[in-house]
Design a protein around this ligand. Structure first.
Ligand SMILES: Nc1ncnc2c1ncn2[C@@H]1O[C@H](COP(=O)(O)O)[C@@H](OP(=O)(O)O)[C@H]1O
Ligand SMILES: [Mg+2]
Ligand SMILES: [Mg+2]
Ligand SMILES: [Mg+2]
Length: 384
């Protein structure tokens, strides 16, 4: 038999309450519930610091992007010095902060960098990482090229349902990054297979809503940091560090007024299926196509009301593409499920086992969205 841990939220807390719900066995000789609150304060501070430093590194590279900074991985997706630099930096910072209990599941590894001809690019990455550490000033170190390669490879954990694992996408939306568009540094923490903390740094996302007119005006500042801890809500602050505000998903109940997000890259989602779903719902506005988990961030503050991600058959989603985004949206009052209505399961290793795809919206719209998704999938299947 077990008792519930109780959610403990002090009304006097000004900071976001950072406590985790889970189950514990009862104390041996007590009939009253024991409240044990698990805090992720230190993890949140470290994650925000690591993601902000990585964002600064990426911004620097995006400004001066050279063709030679781009390599092609075996799966033909691009990867840049910024992806590697961001991963090395975040990995190094987290390892310094949590030396006794460090496990990281991250997208990149050093295999291609260790091949012949990789030395020059590794030196460039090492310089970027060291420059970022010098600006930060908390760690009095200069990393060697081998230190950087090792920091990248410390992201080789498999994750799973036991213990704590950090989950990192050092640049989510590398194609957007290369185009000068949206991208995100996405960092989450799994504890016992559940996402308990997420940080999304979105260096090119305007601080004001994407739906506001004039969002591309030169006066509209960009650079958002979203963060969420389980049970504590979602907050957004400018990447330059000024104060955070609590955010909430859109309260739209009428799908005709809902706007929806999908991937910019046509190959990442079945846009024909999304259009069918939108048509069934009566959504009037055309889809807003943006790269990366910036979509989850934008949705968490109500810029749009629906995010549909319906990859082509055979594609397997990775946990680093959704972990941070998922908690950022759910703590802002949204719902994230697969196309069968099941919550995403981050406890199975690097991959998410999903039915068809991922659907995201607010609690009011979810039943309508779910029905439209099921009907559209059936219609598409029977028309083939
Ligand atoms: N064929 C495909 N279908 C779905 N997702 C894909 C894909 N090819 C790549 N991706 C993933 O889509 C992510 C970008 O998401 P989005 O489409 O929302 O911009 C990529 O992350 P990276 O850029 O980190 O590699 C990559 O993991
Ligand atoms: Mg990639
Ligand atoms: Mg990604
Ligand atoms: Mg990536």
């Amino acid at each position: 038999m077990s008792i519930n841990w109780l959610r403990f939220v002090s009304p006097s807390l000004k900071k976001p309450p950072l406590f985790h719900l889970c189950h514990l066995p009862p104390p041996p000789s007590s009939s009253s519930a024991v409240i044990v609150a698990m805090s992720y304060d230190k993890e949140l501070a470290a994650a925000k610091k690591a993601a902000s430093l990585a964002a600064r590194l990426c911004q620097k590279v995006q400004k001066a992007l050279l063709q030679s900074d781009v390599q092609s991985k075996n799966d033909k997706s691009p990867v840049t010095v910024a992806d590697y630099g961001s991963q090395a930096l975040v990995s190094f910072v987290l390892q310094q902060e949590f030396p006794d209990n460090f496990s990281l599941v991250a997208e990149e590894d050093s295999k291609d960098l260790r091949k012949d001809g990789g030395q020059e690019i590794v030196e460039r990455i090492t310089k970027l990482v060291n420059d970022s550490l010098t600006i930060d000033g908390s760690y009095n170190v200069t990393l060697s090229t081998e230190d950087v390669l090792k920091a990248i490879d410390n992201g080789r954990s498999e994750g799973g349902s036991q213990g704590r694992h950090w989950v990192l996408d050092p640049i989510d939306g590398t194609k957007g990054f290369l185009r000068g568009d949206q991208y995100a540094i996405a960092l989450a923490l799994l504890d016992g297979g559940k996402v308990v903390l997420g940080v999304l740094a979105c260096p090119n996302l305007p601080l004001t809503s994407l739906s506001d007119a004039g969002q591309h005006s030169p006066n509209n500042k960009v650079g958002c940091l979203f963060f969420a801890v389980v049970g504590g809500g979602t907050y957004m602050q400018p990447l330059d560090g000024s104060s955070a505000v609590k955010v909430q998903v859109s309260a739209v109940e009428n799908p005709e007024e809902a706007s929806f997000f999908e991937s910019y890259e046509a190959a990442h989602s079945m846009h024909d299926l999304s259009s069918l779903i939108a048509q069934k719902l009566g959504v009037k506005a055309p889809p807003v196509r943006i790269d990366s988990q910036a979509k989850y961030g934008a949705l968490s503050r109500g810029d749009g009301a629906i995010y549909l991600r319906l990859p082509h058959k055979g594609y397997r989603e990775k946990i680093w593409d959704h972990a941070a985004g998922c908690i950022v949206v759910s703590e802002a009052g949204g719902v994230v499920t697969d196309a069968a209505g099941q919550p995403l399961d981050f406890s199975k290793g690097k991959y998410l086992d999903l039915d068809t795809g991922i659907i995201v919206t607010n609690q009011k719209l979810m039943p309508l969205l779910f029905n439209a998704v099921r009907k559209s999938i059936q219609e598409k299947a029977s028309s083939l």
